[in-house]
Write a new protein. Structure first.
Length: 115
């Protein structure tokens, strides 16, 4: 199972639904880690230390910092960019990824949802 970290602006509705429908999911938020207001590089570094794939809606800056980590060959367990879509589709795709994916499937990669 994939461990996940939702960035600060990730939709709480999706986080709540994932936790409700997939009780075994290992998902924490930036706020729960005491990192409210942290910069994207700090969020990515924390995710790397904890072995968590980051969930974000931020296609602009978060992807730039993730690419920077990849290019510098700095550990980056993965970034899932959830583009504007219905929450139901996002929940379905994230659930599939969390349950069926392996950490090595996402290391040093940026993927987009919907799949």
């Amino acid at each position: 199972m994939i461990r996940l970290l939702a960035d600060e602006n990730f939709k709480g509705q999706i986080v709540r639904a994932l936790r409700l429908h997939l009780t075994e999911i290992d998902l924490v938020t930036v706020q729960e880690l005491g990192l409210s207001g942290a910069t994207d590089p700090v969020v990515l570094a924390t995710a790397a230390q904890d072995g968590r794939v980051v969930l974000s809606h931020d296609v602009n800056t978060m992807t730039l910092y993730a690419i920077d980590r990849i290019e510098k060959n700095v550990p980056m367990p993965g970034l899932l960019i959830v583009r504007t879509t219905s929450p139901a589709i996002a929940i379905e795709d994230i659930s599939l990824i969390a349950l069926a994916g392996e950490p090595q499937d996402f290391a040093q990669q940026i993927k987009f949802i919907p799949l």
